[in-house]
Design a protein around this ligand. Structure first.
Ligand code: ZN
Length: 96
């Protein structure tokens, strides 16, 4: 009996594991009060697709503000400052 319960649990885990999103089972929509609404994974999937099609290499994903060498010249420092402030403002707007 215990083996049977364990086997059922393993089957359920395997079933669950085959979806990237268990919330919507990869349909990108969930039912809320009998109405289909976009799942939270929908925007993430869209962003991932855009990134995949953007030709941005894996190497570029490692580039961050923290590891960027902006000490080359004044123009680079200015550009770095503008870009960093843009991201700070963007995050403020996005989180408000
Ligand atoms: Zn989902």
């Amino acid at each position: 009996m215990q083996n049977r319960v364990k086997s059922n649990l393993e089957e359920q885990e395997n079933f669950i594991a085959k979806y990237d999103c268990n919330k919507c089972r990869d349909t990108t929509y969930i039912l809320v009060d009998d109405e289909a609404v976009p799942c939270s994974c929908k925007e993430v999937r869209r962003a991932k697709k855009i990134l995949a099609e953007s030709s941005i290499s894996e190497e570029l994903f490692k580039k961050t503000f923290d590891n960027f060498d902006y000490s080359r010249n004044v123009q680079t420092i200015d550009s770095y400052t503008v870009a960093r402030n843009y991201v700070k403002d963007f995050d403020k707007i996005r989180n408000s």
